[in-house]
Design a protein. Structure first.
Ligand SMILES: [Zn+2]
Length: 391
């Protein structure tokens, strides 16, 4: 006969003890009978269900119904009962279910002992016939992150032109990030790159203070310090700026910087190289044009625009103005220029004998155009639904 919670007529200590003892003995008997996950579910619901579970009934029939002067005594016991029931329910929960297929007899006795033992995790063995028609476990393939993929594509375009790859530290000194690139202290161009500085370095000279690099250009300096011309390198990497995140800005992004220094390098070489690179990245019908610009470490400097890949440079699409190029037919993509002779002084190159060019491009910007992504934040949110589209 299954246990039911009795109404109490007698609230004396002895009567309460007796009622509690009866309940606990029922609890033990039922706990011992749990032999599978479904047994356990039934057991748990019978004792703990909010509606009509034994604990709820104990609360209603014993505590709530108790006369005022017995409440304290009853409350104490109800709390004890509650703790004991919860402990037993948790205690007999099957810890794991071992699926057993076929007739691996040697495995079974050991596990069976664990299942019937009184201490240690309970193991419940579920016997299932082997069904070879069940679908297998699908292990999804990983995919390159679109930013890394784009960065690798850019790098490979320049590798094919004979450039090698150089990398540098993300935590840079003021000297490499600014000074050696011809940004003197207090130069206004420093303001255009909202820099994240490492705290607590006021005692150091300015040039030794650490910051998160705002561009990959310091790698140019580090490379030229290490090697004499000719130099042809691309420097891919992560950079940081104190920009508030929005659809087009992120405090972390990636750049690929390029540097070519040799005898007789001219602006024509720069134009030809970048025109080739843009065609390799966006298709052979893409045109480029160069606009005067300013960077402290190049002179002259230029911004490079490519003909809009969405409207083919017409500025109109689907009978209306093209949104991607703001109807101009051109999209601004990167900065470049001839290396400023001042920069060579920092690395002991003779600016009378050599010349060179440098360029830098934002990887996310190119990925956004190539893959039609409308929000830079998507690259950094780690949402698999977005990322797996690039697999
Ligand atoms: Zn357009």
């Amino acid at each position: 006969m299954a246990y039911t919670v009795p109404k109490l007529a007698d609230y004396s200590a002895e009567a309460l003890d007796k009622a509690v003892a009866k309940l606990l003995s029922a609890l033990e008997t039922e706990a011992a009978a749990v032999a599978s996950e479904s047994d356990w579910n039934t057991f748990r619901d019978r004792w703990l269900a909010r509606k009509n579970g034994i604990l709820t009934l104990v609360n209603d029939l014993w505590l709530k119904a108790a006369p005022k002067d017995a409440k304290r005594e009853v409350g104490q016991r109800v709390n004890e009962v509650k703790a004991r029931v919860e402990e037993r329910v948790a205690g007999v929960k099957p810890e794991r279910v071992v699926s057993y297929t076929g007739s691996g007899a040697s495995v079974i006795p050991k596990l069976a002992v664990a299942a019937t033992g009184t201490s240690g995790p309970r193991v419940i063995i579920e016997e299932r016939p082997l069904d070879i028609t069940l679908p297998g476990i699908r292990r999804p393939m990983g995919a390159e992150h679109p930013v890394i993929k784009t960065m690798n594509e850019i790098v490979s375009v320049f590798r094919n032109l004979g450039y090698s790859v150089e990398e540098g530290p993300e935590i840079e000194t003021d000297y490499y990030n600014f000074e050696a690139l011809n940004f003197p202290p207090n130069h206004p161009a420093r303001d255009t790159q909202d820099t994240i500085f490492i705290a607590g370095q006021e005692s150091k000279p300015l040039r030794d203070r650490l910051l998160l690099r705002t561009h990959t250009s310091p790698v140019q300096i580090r490379t030229m310090e290490k090697q004499r011309p000719p130099v042809r390198v691309v420097c891919p990497g992560k950079v940081h700026r104190n920009d508030a995140p929005d659809a087009t800005h992120s405090p972390i992004f990636h750049q690929v910087e390029g540097l070519a220094v040799d005898t007789n390098i001219t602006f024509c070489d720069l134009k030809g190289t970048l025109d080739h690179a843009m065609k390799a990245l966006f298709g052979s019908s893409v045109k480029t044009r160069f606009y005067p610009s300013f960077f402290p470490f190049t002179e002259p400097s230029a911004d490079v625009q490519i003909s809009c890949i969405f409207c083919g440079g017409k500025g109109t699409r689907d009978g209306g103005p093209c949104r991607n190029c703001k109807a101009s037919g051109w999209i601004e993509l990167l900065g470049c220029g001839m290396v400023d002779p001042n920069v060579y002084r920092f690395v002991n190159y003779d600016s009378k004998k050599i010349s060179g060019f440098a360029f830098g491009m934002g990887v996310e910007r190119i990925a956004i155009l190539k893959y039609g992504v409308d929000d830079i934040q998507l690259f950094f949110q780690g949402d698999v639904r977005f990322l797996e589209q690039f697999g």
